[in-house]
Design a protein around this ligand. Structure first.
Ligand code: ME8
Length: 660
């Protein structure tokens, strides 16, 4: 039999910030697809990585006071970085590319030169608009209300000497590729590309920059760095060994079977990427699939909006497999979906704890209770007392693999899972229809029927387990242990063959794989964690900037600052903020000042202290009491919280001494 190969990629991520649940979504989907293909017997190459060049990274590094390489190293290989996240999420990529890897850098230089030698890259002058966060160039006509059409942010003028790629030359070919083939899916994205980008006229693409240095140098023209998208897109081929000796899999795996990409980068993958491949005379990938976004409160997650969801917190709280499952069970892959903690908990409780978890625990518990864990010989083929529900369950379980495969081949993970859960529902109903606990009342008459029923349930659960294993690999291994399914009963072939479990199978009642989540408690914990994360992201120390406006000396001298001694200090009734001070200001007459500092000081701690006050402010009433002046304190912000310290003076300064 021919050894089928399958090459699948995720986008390579910008390590400009920590990754969030939106990034995790695409990688988990790719992982499920890769595992599914391996299950079906394919030799899979699953590539992911990081896209580490560009002005945005250079800027971030300089803000952080480190080199760009140090900056990206921290986010890629550092604690809770990209590599840690993929390990945690049980991502089974075969290869990980960093675009700062030496072999990639020199390969890109060769590729750039090749397109230049062919005449598809030429030198010109770039005048246009640039969106820094997206690292995208736009012409005036492509802007949306003068802003970046992708992210809606401000763009800046850009003019510099630059190299251009003859994208316009490939416009017709690309239009045919998109319209006449299944290259780009879902189909709705084709119209978007053709109408918004190709029909208005494809312009040549600026593919080098001179205004920053953090990129791959154009080796035949120092000062130019390769445009980050040219560098990034070719990762899919350099990681196989194109133009380098690091790897040797280009012939074996190129063209890719599918690139999974988020919808906002479909333009790069379905227009620019095939055009550059055509220029290089290379075969095109078989498919680009543009998935939707995970939204939060209807909007895109972004660090700058402060609304990113941290996959670490969710995985720690609910388990990696529950999170993986939720992402693919809840949202149709091609469309946007709204993330919520409530939906996550509901999916865990309904599908995993209730439906799958109960099926497994009830079945194994009954096999243990009624048969000591090992079913009797002959139970598999016991055909007396046959009922129509038996054949219904069998048919559902045996057809499942085909139905599931049809959906997986279309990347419709949600539908594939729906097929499985229909069978799980059918199996739970089968338990109720057969009431094993009633059969167990007369083991002599019904013992074999009872064993047959339990066997059918174990088999159905096993088949579902095989097909769920790409989604929840670690949990399904545990499920197989509990069912007593050996390696031969975990294979793709065995998922369509009824009876892979021997009838004397021994089950083990194990841990509850998917415990029910206490929704109220979990949501409170998540909200507290989100608040803590938000706080942690706030700057350590913020100090108000100094005023630009000057004050003349005479005006300044009109403010009368004096040392005052605290004779008494009391809280003001019904006020949470105010303290009432009775002060010796050196005049012999007590002065009363009210100050809103109760949050920071206990009244008794201030008695006897020497403070600084401005004493010639007009009197003011607060909570019905008069305040004559103001105590001076120093204020700053720490982790978003206001901090206040009274100016406490040396005790040897006499009351009334003038400050100047
Ligand atoms: O675009 N929901 O990198 P990136 C779903 N370096 N997907 C999301 C998402 C969300 N909320 N947020 C981000 C890049 N993504 C380039 C790729 S490939 C040659 C170069 C997805 O880190 C996004 O759609 O900004 C994209 O597919 C991927 O995360 C990487 O985004």
């Amino acid at each position: 039999m021919e050894n089928k190969r399958f090459y699948i990629t995720t986008p390579i991520y910008y390590p400009s910030d920590k990754l969030h649940i939106g990034h995790t979504y695409c990688t988990v989907a790719t992982d499920a697809m890769a595992r599914y293909k391996r299950l079906t017997g394919c030799e899979v190459m699953f590539l992911t990585g990081t896209d580490e060049h560009g002005q945005k990274i250079e800027d971030k590094a300089s803000q952080a006071g480190v080199t760009p390489q140090q900056y990206v190293d921290g986010i890629v290989t550092g604690s809770r970085g990209v590599l840690d996240l993929w390990k945690l999420m049980n991502i089974s990529n075969n290869r990980f590319i960093r675009t700062t890897d030496g072999y990639h850098v020199s390969a890109i230089q060769k590729i750039f030169k090749k397109m230049y030698d062919k005449g598809d890259i030429y030198k010109g002058k770039y005048v246009g608009k640039y969106c820094k966060p997206c690292e995208s160039f736009w012409t005036e006509s492509q802007l949306a209300d003068g802003k970046c059409p992708d992210c809606g942010r401000e763009v800046q003028d850009a003019e510099e000497e630059a190299y251009f790629f003859r994208l316009s030359k490939y416009a017709d070919k690309i239009q045919r590729l998109l319209e006449d083939t299944d290259f780009l899916e879902p189909r709705s994205r084709v119209n978007e590309m053709v109408n918004n980008f190709i029909k208005p006229g494809l312009e040549d693409l600026c593919v080098s920059r001179t205004s920053f240095t953090w990129g791959i140098p154009v080796d035949f023209d120092p000062g130019h760095v390769v445009y980050v998208w040219v560098d990034a897109l070719f990762n899919y081929t350099t990681a196989l060994g194109l133009c380098n000796d690091q790897y040797d899999d280009y012939e074996k795996f190129w063209p890719a079977d599918v690139h999974f990409v988020g919808k906002e980068i479909v333009r790069f993958h379905s227009i620019i990427w095939p055009a550059m491949l055509m220029s290089m005379d290379m075969p095109l990938p078989k498919k680009v699939f543009g998935h939707g976004w995970l939204l939060l409160d209807g909007g895109k997650m972004s660090k700058s909006k402060g609304n990113v969801v941290d996959p670490y917190i969710l995985a720690e709280m609910f388990g990696v497999d529950a999170l993986r499952f939720f992402l693919l069970r809840t949202f149709p892959f091609g469309s946007d979906g709204n993330f919520s903690n409530e939906a996550l908990i509901q999916t865990i409780n309904v599908d995993l704890a209730n439906d799958l978890g109960n099926l497994l625990s009830r079945t194994t518990a009954m096999a243990c209770k009624y048969f000591g864990g090992t079913l009797p010989e002959g139970c598999r083929d016991y055909l007396e007392q046959k009922q129509s529900c038996d054949s219904e369950l069998l048919a559902a379980a045996c057809h499942l693999r085909d139905n599931y495969e049809a959906q997986m081949e279309k990347f419709q993970f949600q539908n594939a899972l729906e097929e499985i859960f229909r069978v799980i529902d059918r199996a739970n109903k089968y338990i109720d229809e057969n009431a094993p606990w009633a059969l167990a009342k007369d083991m002599e008459a019904n013992g074999m029927r009872l064993a047959h029923v339990l066997y059918n349930l174990l088999e159905t659960t096993r088949i579902c387990g095989v097909l769920l294993s790409p989604f929840m690999p670690a949990s399904m291994d545990k499920l197989f242990e509990q069912l007593g399914a050996d390696q031969s009963a975990r294979t793709w072939d065995s998922a369509r063959e009824w009876g892979a479990l021997p009838d004397t199978v021994s089950v083990v009642k194990g841990e509850n794989l998917f415990p029910r989540v206490d929704a109220e408690k979990a949501i409170a914990e998540l909200e507290a964690a989100a608040a803590a994360a938000k706080k942690a992201a706030l700057p350590e120390l913020e100090i108000e900037p100094q005023l630009e406006e000057k004050v003349d000396f005479d005006t300044f001298c009109k403010s009368d600052f004096r040392a005052v001694k605290v004779k008494d200090c009391q809280p003001v009734k019904k006020s949470e903020k105010l303290l009432r001070f009775t002060l010796d200001d050196g005049t012999g007459v007590d002065r009363q000042i009210l100050s809103g500092i109760a949050k920071w000081y206990k009244p008794e701690d201030l008695i006897g202290k020497t403070l600084m006050a401005i004493v010639n402010l007009p009197p003011r009433k607060m909570m019905g009491q008069e305040s004559n002046g103001m105590l001076i304190s120093a204020v700053h912000t720490e982790k978003g919280e206001e901090a206040l310290n009274l100016l406490i003076l040396d005790d040897k300064i006499p009351a009334g001494a003038k400050m100047c």
